[in-house]
Write a new protein. Structure first.
Length: 382
């Protein structure tokens, strides 16, 4: 097997969620840090009767800052952990990041491999002729025996990948998947002090301007535990050449062109990154968010440097949005009718809007949006 070690560097805030959320009862903000309260430590330190504490927490206006101050207890004394946090989250939920059993953030190999898979799939799609792409779209839109379309969240795996990434079998698709030959490790654990809590706000197009999304009194914002730009870790990839030689490719349905695309997955990732950077840079320039447009201009320069070193860029984790996670645009290039049919079938945006998607999730600093989420560079070592 061909094994390669990469140094991964975050280029914009990266959030890979654990699925857990923290609210106002879970922690307290003080002096630029947010403390996750450990109730066992609270009870041991304060000698408070558990029933009294439970009653106090049901009272209107309860907050840990006041309760601990009354008992002359510092949050650090009763915290499970603390995280750098630039502003008080207040009552806004905090989405926790993924951590290992020792409370250290890390980047799962499955997350990285998923982004590589999308880039490889796009490279294969780009090489298809117009008729094959149209045929693929029609298969996406086919109804099952019950007269229903494939659920939106399963279209990629159940239809597009089955058609384009190997000779898939209904019994066990994974045995006939081109990406079976690529193994991506989890990253090395990351120092917990490198995780921060930051604000993300959904922006949407309104009156030809990209603005913070609000509906009535609801603000579409959240706080995330994220890895800020500049965090570094390491991981390995392995390409199982045994599956790409001899009789295996024919048995598994791997065409020579597909195998070559997989071997050149770094180039596929960079090509996809280049197209996304160009598109998003133009989008933010057109709609007046200059700070984010400048981020993409800088990212364009960094792509050239990373590519020259033999590395590649990926967008991973939560918050990247439609462009980062799907291959609909290259699949329907020049197929306007098919593109609109997909949008109508899966209710993607308003039918009277030519712009889709109209929303973006943006990281904030000093109360201003400054970057999208999830960009990382992987640079080979040795």
């Amino acid at each position: 097997m061909a094994t390669r070690t990469y140094r991964l560097e975050t280029l914009s805030p990266l959030h890979i969620g654990s699925g857990q959320e923290y609210g106002a009862f879970d922690g307290v903000f003080q002096n630029g840090r947010w403390y996750l309260i450990d109730l066992k430590k609270v009870l041991e330190r304060s000698k408070e009767d558990p029933t009294n504490l439970a009653n106090a927490m049901t009272q209107s206006g309860f907050n840990w800052a006041g309760w601990l101050q009354q008992r002359k207890t510092a949050p650090a004394e009763v915290a499970a952990r603390s995280v750098v946090c630039a502003q008080n989250p207040g009552s806004t939920k905090i989405r926790a990041c993924l951590r290992d059993p020792f409370d250290r953030p890390y980047i799962p190999g499955s997350t990285l491999k998923g982004a590589i898979r999308t880039a490889v799939l796009e490279a294969i799609i780009v090489d298809l002729d117009r008729n094959r792409r149209r045929q693929t779209v029609r298969q996406i839109l086919e109804k099952n025996e019950q007269g229903r379309n494939t659920p939106r969240e399963r279209v990629g795996r159940k239809t597009v990948e089955r058609l384009l990434l190997g000779k898939h079998s209904r019994r066990n698709d994974s045995n006939y998947d081109l990406l079976r030959a690529l193994h991506v490790s989890d990253s090395e654990p990351i120092d917990p002090e490198q995780a921060h809590i930051g604000l993300v706000w959904v922006h949407t197009l309104r009156n030809d301007q990209l603005v913070q999304k609000r509906v009535g009194q609801e603000e579409y914002k959240m706080f995330l535990e994220w890895l800020p730009a500049g965090v570094q870790t390491r991981l390995t990839t392995r390409l199982d050449e045994r599956l790409l030689h001899g009789s295996y490719p024919q048995q598994l349905g791997f065409a020579d062109s597909q195998i070559q695309t997989l071997r050149d997955f770094a180039a596929a990732c960079n090509e996809r990154a280049s197209e996304i950077i160009e598109h998003e840079s133009s989008f933010y320039k057109d709609y007046g968010l200059d700070a984010v447009a400048r981020f993409y201009q800088t990212l364009h320069d960094r792509l050239q440097q990373v590519e020259n070193s033999g590395g590649f860029l990926l967008n991973i984790g939560w918050g990247g949005g439609w462009e980062m996670k799907t291959v609909t645009n290259p699949l329907t290039e020049g197929l306007d009718d098919e593109y609109w049919r997909i949008r109508q079938t899966y209710r993607l945006g308003r039918s009277d809007s030519a712009v889709f998607p109209k929303t973006r999730r943006l990281a904030y600093r000093d109360n201003q949006p400054f970057a999208p989420l999830g960009w990382v560079a992987l640079i080979p070592e040795g």
